[in-house]
Design a protein around this ligand. Sequence first.
Ligand SMILES: [Zn+2]
Length: 483
Amino acid sequence: MHDSVTVRIHGAAGEVTGSCYELSTPRARVLVDFGMFQGSLAQETRNLTPPDIAFADVDAVVVTHAHVDHVGRLGMLDALGFDGRIICTPPTADLLPRVLIGSATLQRLRLEEHASGTLPDARVVEPAHLVTPRVIRTGPPPVLFGHRAAERIVRRIDAVPYRSWRDVAEGVRVRLVDASHVLGSACVEVEASVPGRDPVRVMFSGDVGPARHPLLAAHGMPERAPDLLVMESTNGGRRFRGEDPWEAMRAIIEEAVRRGQRVIIPVFALGRAQSVLQLLTRASRGGLLRGTPVYLDTAMAVRASDLHMRYPELLADGPQRDVRAGRSPLHFDELHTLTSRRESEALDRVHGACIIMAGSGFCDAGPILRHLAHAIDRDDARIVFTGHQIEGLLGDGIMRGATRVEINGAQRDVRARIDRIEGVSGHADADDLIDWVSAMPGKPARVALTHGTADGRAAFAKALSARLGIDALEPSIGDAIAL
Ligand SMILES: [Zn+2]
């Protein structure tokens, strides 16, 4: 394999977190993403052991987008000996410093919470088939990096505009194209040259957005068909077409306003929060909210939403027109943005119809736990899930029908109504993924499926074979693909 280009899979293989891929040639070494494993305590602990990569020899790390499962371990790179550049799109370059510094702050906070016995804790206690065991920690939560390490990595961020080639290592250049997943998200087209051979093209999909993202501009495409496509398959076994999230949200809002219900929506700061805000903005403009207050209880989501105003050219037509006319597609009169714990706690005293959006979207930590503890046993409350949950975490348990939960030591019956709105996903479904591959300028010579559960990935491999005649690889962690 001496004169070959090799792609090695270091994460998100048969699972949906921990994205990390290594492309190497005899002269160069480039990583694509360095994300966190998320979910259980065991997953959290996995992050402490770095993958088997010669980090000091890595020339550059290319980042697809600012979600933690793609960037959460970047702060470890300094201690691992990396001294290259972090390549990403301009919006991701705006978001990354906050994500990395915020992550360092959160890790310190968790240590303090561990010391004071106040670490967030949430689990299902009934019914039996959904019970999640209590997390038993034998030591403090893992610390992957601190503020100084995060700041050193922040100084290495190098923003590259969409669709322009950039040399990142000897014989390796990259081009970022729009992934339509979250603001700033990119698919990475890599061209790697080895003396005496034609250059090899590899496309790393990152996370691919839906065919028609209501907020973001359409997908970009590689210049030519890749020799290898490393592709996500998160929703590879699911289909959303025909489901109209607006109709579902409209019905929930109308009923909540009429009955004075308290609506709680778990969201992630980047992506899900903006998708929900866009629906609520439409509701407000249509007069459905009728003054019902909406609270956005995550400072990072507020900043991420504001950032959309700075990149109108990256938005879908409607929102783009809004921004150019000077109005935000993500803001409306009833929206209150909260930035402190005190403001968040004060929501307990709000009565009557209201809508509360808070993180974490998986309901495993953050202010959402306080809002759930306050309302989950009330029959005038409803909890609205808008997308993917990780098995074993509280959000997944509630969505699947938990009847009794324990939040920070106190048990409560679930009396709130549970709603699920499909189709508010930042991820392409199976049909969208097939269309995305079909739209490339030629069929990829090889496809490796990653970033999906074992089932989702297997279902999508079958679909790729049946519909496009592509027999995809389903690599495991540590596997190398030689080109
Ligand atoms: Zn993502």
